[in-house]
Design a protein around this ligand. Structure first.
Ligand code: PLP
Length: 484
């Protein structure tokens, strides 16, 4: 179906460019980006600068007159964009790194060029169908029934927020709502709880066991106490896995409990969710298919450029009940059954075509390559664990899972006290930061300072990981000698 074309254009062209100029600038931009990617392994994984210095360079009023577009692009690529953490560096192990595929990057460029607003079927039927396709892939990977559905979001925070709105509405928006998550849950969940209006004292942080999984007895006790006090639990949030250590809550036990209690079970799988495409991931995430909702982040472990997360709900009507609304100016966008308007499933009205990057990447490389890339991250984390177990200087703090390993400098036969070990590990971290190419970050595990490596970039090799571990061991040994 297409509409007739007409008219002869208009406008005075002050913001237009000729096709030749557009192509030339696109070529220049592509060359700069590819050059950056090629040079990345030889450079440091981090670059940063203090605000004063950056202000001196950048704080200028907007120019009244035009400048050379080529120079503007050059300035962005040389002066601004490199001053950042290079999350796609093969030695970026901090936080949750992210290495997009090139088709994903190109998809973002195309999306901007085609300038589609994917709020409704009317404005974007092709892209809306594509989002349905990608959502259906996610549905099958999770093991959800056909009644399930969802949407692509800006990331995990938005997916968690939309999930909690759906949970609150499914519970009939009770006045004294309460929500449950573990002390390892991501701050994005706490933020989402605040946004949906849960009172701070009703956001219940349940303690975790020695492996950082929610203590089920504590959950059961807390919910019972809260119910007795007149609160209405609207959801229990499970982790799969935590961003600190990758810990996965006992999803089956939580599903049993939530089913028995008629409480919405939400799984924050923003970090670990895409492990589900591998055999190992399927095993360790078993039970996720029983949750009412699952948040996933394709811009983390599915190798896509920011921003693309996803929210899946077991019954898509729960999302539409929570978000669909009537609006006079949008009355023409109603296409009827089976033609969803994605703005009826989440917060955003104007939306970009996030499905394209996922689709183009998978079409280009095939799922086998994605499975191998995700497995590779898990294998590297297991190899870190083996290395640490064999080391006389390092100690694992919890088993490696979902591409994350947490350990610290602490020789088995040396007891210097917790404070000294924390100091030593902070020093090691700072030295890696300033003296090495790699970027490593830290976390606190039940108060213990941990060095944390998240090894999920597809170009990261064992050599990248091993050399970083050797550097950490060397700095650790030097710090231990100094404290002797
Ligand atoms: C477990 C978990 N949940 C939620 C988030 C927030 O996701 P986003 O940064 O995509 O908003 C993160 C981010 O690292 C995460 O690891």
């Amino acid at each position: 179906m297409s509409k007739a074309k007409g008219g002869d254009g208009g406008g005075d062209g002050h913001l237009s460019m000729s096709p030749e100029q557009m192509l030339e600038l696109a070529r220049q931009t592509a060359e700069l980006v590819v050059q950056r990617i090629e040079n990345l392994p030889g450079e440091g994984a981090w670059e940063g600068e203090f605000r004063r210095e950056l202000e001196d360079r950048l704080l200028k009023p907007p120019p009244e007159e035009s400048r050379s577009a080529s120079q503007v692009i050059e300035e962005a690529a040389r002066e601004i964009l490199p001053v950042a953490l290079r999350l796609d560096h093969p030695r970026c192990f901090g936080f949750i790194p992210s290495q997009p595929t090139w088709p994903g990057v190109l998809a973002d460029f195309m999306i901007a060029g085609f300038n589609i607003n994917q709020c409704s079927w009317l404005t974007s039927s092709g892209p809306s169908q594509l989002e349905l396709v990608v959502i259906d892939w996610f549905r099958r990977w999770i093991g959800y029934p056909e009644s399930a559905g969802g949407l692509l979001t800006s990331g995990g925070s938005a997916a968690n927020l939309d999930a909690l709105v759906a949970a609150r509405e499914a519970a009939n928006n009770p006045e004294r709502a309460s929500l449950y998550m573990s002390d390892q849950s991501h701050s994005a969940l706490v933020k989402a709880a605040r946004v949906i209006g849960i009172r701070p004292e009703c956001i219940r942080m349940i303690p975790t066991d020695g492996r950082f999984r929610m203590d089920m007895d504590a959950l059961v006790e807390t919910v019972a106490e809260d119910r007795a006090a007149g609160l209405s639990p609207i959801a229990v949030c499970a982790n799969a896995g935590t961003s600190s250590s990758g810990a996965i809550d006992s999803l089956e036990a939580m599903a049993d409990y939530c089913e028995a209690q008629s409480i919405w079970l939400h799984v924050d799988a923003a970090h670990g969710g895409f492990a589900i495409v591998t055999e190992e991931g399927k095993k360790i995430l078993s039970g996720i298919e029983r949750a009412d909702s699952v948040a996933l982040d394709a811009h983390k472990w599915f190798f896509q450029p920011y921003e693309v997360g996803g929210l899946m709900v077991k019954d898509v009507r729960t999302l539409e009940r929570a978000f669909a609304g009537k609006h006079d100016i949008l009355q023409d966008t109603v296409w009827g059954a089976d033609h969803p308007n994605f703005s009826d499933r989440g917060l955003q009205l104007s939306r970009s075509v996030r499905a394209l990057k996922v689709w183009m990447s998978v079409q280009t490389f095939g799922m086998a390559a994605f499975r191998r890339a995700v497995s590779h991250g898990m294998d590297l984390a297991h190899r870190i664990e083996e290395y640490v177990e064999d080391s006389s200087v390092l100690e694992m703090l919890t088993p490696a899972v979902l591409g994350i390993a947490c350990f610290r400098v602490r020789p088995a036969d040396t007891d210097l006290g917790e404070e000294v070990f924390e100091e030593i590990n902070r020093t090691v971290l700072a030295r890696v930061f300033w003296e090495d190419r790699a970027f490593v970050s830290s976390t606190l595990l039940h108060g213990t300072f941990a060095l944390r490596m998240c090894v999920i970039n597809y170009s990261t090799t064992w050599n990248d990981v091993h050399e970083t571990l050797e550097v950490i061991s060397k700095f650790g040994t030097e710090s231990l000698i100094r404290t002797d």
